[in-house]
Design a protein. Structure first.
Length: 449
C-alpha cells in the first residue's frame, strides 16, 4: 500500500526540515524520508567525557539572518568557542612555529584585505550572483592558488590566509574557487573580524540538535527514518517515490534535499538535467577532516595555524575548556587523519603547543560517509557560474533545496535553512495555483454541460 501526502521531502537535514515545517504550517500534509536513523544531516553531535561536541556543522552568527532568526524564534542560547578569540596564536611560517605578536596583527589583517581586494566588485550583493555577473564570470576559472600567485604577500600573510582558506574550503588552494572564497568574505561586510567570528565563534549551547528538535516539534510533520530513497518517478499528477525497502510514497510535489555529491545516486524518471547530474558526479571539493583532540588540563584559549604543505594540522583552536581535560577542534587535509594514532598526533600538536599532553582523538569521516561523500560544499574553479542557476531549478513536480546550492551562505547551516525556506514558498505557491486551477475547472464544467 502506498502512502499518500501533499509533499514528500527527501532528506532530513536543515534544508529538509525547514521546508517540511514551513509547508506543514501552511496546511499541507508533509512526510520527510530520511536515510539516517536521525534528523540533522551533516550536523551531528555526541557527548565525550562530559563535553558536548559537534562532529559536523557547528557555528552560527547574526550575519546569517535565517539561522539567527531560528535561534531567536525558539529562544536558543549560544556560547563562545574560546580559541576563536585566542590568547595565544601559534603559526608555522617557513617551517618554524612562532607565536603571533601584537605588532604583527596589522600585517596579518592587511593580508586578508589585499587578497580579497576584488571581492566588492564581484559580490557587491553576495545574495545576488547576477548583480555583478560579468565580473564573476571573468574570474570564475581562477583558483585560490592563482590569486596567491598574483600577489606579493609576506610569509606571515601567505601562511595566515592560506591556512584559513584551506580550513574554509577544506581543500588545497589549487582546487578551490577564488570566487567562492570572495563570496564568504563579502557576506561578512568585507571585514576580517566578522569573517573570523562568523566562521567559528558562536555555537548553540545545547548543540545543533536542539535546533533540529525544536523545528521538528514545531513543524509537526511526519518523519520516516532509515528510509533511503531509491527512485523518484514523475507523472502528470505528481510523483511516486520508492525507498530502498520498497515502500511507496505518492505525493503532489517532492522536495529533494540530499547532498550534491550523492544526488546522482537517486534514480529520477524522467532523468535530471545533464548539468545537475554533471555537478553531482563531478562533486564539490569540500573534504578534509575535523579532528578533535582531547588534552590533559586546560591549555587556555589557544589557536594554531599552518599550511597543509607544512603540517598535517592546518589549524586548531580550543573548543571546550576544563580543569581536568579540554577539547581542541582541529582541521586536516591529510588522508587518514582520523586514523592517525595519539602518538603521531602528539608530536604534531606539541610543536604548536609545547607541553600539551594528548589523551585521545575523534571525529566523523564525512567523505567516507555514503550519505554525504564530502564535508561542507566548496565549488571547484569554473563551476560557480555554470551551476548557480541550474542546481536549485525545479524540474516538473520536483523541487530542490540544499545548503550545497544556496544563494548567500552556501555550505553553511544558514544556507540550508535559507534554501529550505525559499523552496517551501515556491512549492506552496505551486500547490495553491494547482488547487485554484482545479476549482475554476470544476465551476466551469457544469456551465459547459
Amino acid at each position: 500500500m502506498a502512502q499518500s501526502v501533499d509533499v514528500v521531502v527527501i532528506g532530513g537535514g536543515f534544508a529538509g526540515i525547514t521546508a517540511a515545517r514551513d509547508l506543514q504550517k501552511r496546511g499541507f500534509k508533509v512526510l520527510v524520508l530520511e536515510a539516517r536513523d536521525r534528523l540533522g544531516g551533516r550536523t551531528w553531535s555526541e557527548d565525550r567525557n562530559g563535553f558536548h561536541v559537534e562532529l559536523g556543522g557547528t557555528w552560527v552568527h547574526w550575519t546569517q539572518p535565517f539561522v539567527w532568526a531560528e535561534k531567536e524564534r525558539y529562544g536558543l542560547e549560544v556560547q563562545e568557542t574560546p580559541g576563536c578569540v585566542a590568547e595565544r596564536v601559534s603559526i608555522k611560517i617557513d617551517g618554524q612555529v612562532q607565536e603571533l605578536q601584537e605588532s604583527q596583527l596589522g600585517e596579518f589583517v592587511e593580508g586578508f584585505e589585499r587578497f580579497f581586494a576584488e571581492a566588492k566588485g564581484v559580490w557587491e550583493r553576495p545574495y545576488d550572483a547576477h548583480h555583478c555577473w560579468d565580473a564573476l564570470c571573468e574570474r570564475d576559472g581562477l583558483t585560490v592558488a592563482d590569486r596567491f600567485n598574483a600577489l606579493e604577500l609576506t610569509p606571515l600573510q601567505r601562511t595566515s590566509i592560506g591556512g584559513f582558506l584551506e580550513i574554509l574550503c577544506m581543500n588545497q588552494p589549487q582546487n578551490a574557487s577564488y570566487v567562492e572564497m570572495m563570496r564568504c568574505w563579502s557576506l561578512t561586510g568585507w571585514n576580517y573580524e566578522l569573517f573570523n567570528d562568523t566562521a567559528a565563534r558562536y555555537k548553540f549551547t545545547k548543540g545543533t540538535g536542539a535546533l533540529v528538535e525544536a523545528m521538528a516539534r514545531d513543524g509537526g510533520f511526519d518523519v520516516s527514518l532509515n528510509s533511503p530513497v531509491r527512485s523518484v518517478q514523475q507523472s502528470d499528477q505528481g510523483v511516486c517515490v520508492t525507498t530502498e525497502s520498497g515502500e511507496l510514497v505518492i505525493a503532489k510535489r517532492a522536495v529533494v534535499t540530499v547532498p550534491l555529491n550523492v544526488l546522482h545516486n537517486v534514480a529520477f524518471e524522467p532523468p535530471l538535467s545533464e548539468v545537475k547530474l554533471e555537478a553531482s558526479r563531478l562533486k564539490h571539493v569540500g573534504g578534509g577532516y575535523k579532528v578533535f583532540f582531547e588534552v590533559e588540563g586546560d591549555p587556555g584559549a589557544v589557536m594554531t595555524l599552518s599550511r597543509s604543505t607544512d603540517s598535517p594540522l592546518i589549524g586548531s583552536f580550543t573548543y571546550k575548556r576544563g580543569e581536568q581535560h579540554s577539547v581542541l577542534a582541529g582541521f586536516s587535509l591529510e588522508p587518514g587523519a582520523l586514523d592517525k594514532s595519539v602518538e603521531e598526533w602528539q608530536v604534531v600538536l606539541e610543536e604548536f603547543i609545547p607541553g600539551v599532553r594528548l589523551l585521545s582523538t575523534f571525529g566523523h569521516d564525512w567523505g567516507a560517509d555514503d550519505l554525504s561523500q564530502g564535508s561542507w560544499a566548496t565549488y571547484r574553479p569554473g563551476t560557480v557560474a555554470r551551476f548557480n542557476d541550474e542546481l536549485p531549478r525545479q524540474e516538473g513536480h520536483v523541487f530542490f533545496a540544499s545548503g550545497d546550492h544556496a544563494q548567500g551562505w552556501r555550505g553553511f547551516i544558514e544556507g540550508a535553512i535559507a534554501s529550505g525556506s525559499r523552496t517551501a514558498v515556491t512549492v506552496a505557491d505551486s500547490l495553491s495555483a494547482q488547487a485554484a486551477g482545479a476549482s475554476a475547472e470544476s465551476v466551469k464544467q457544469p456551465a459547459q454541460a
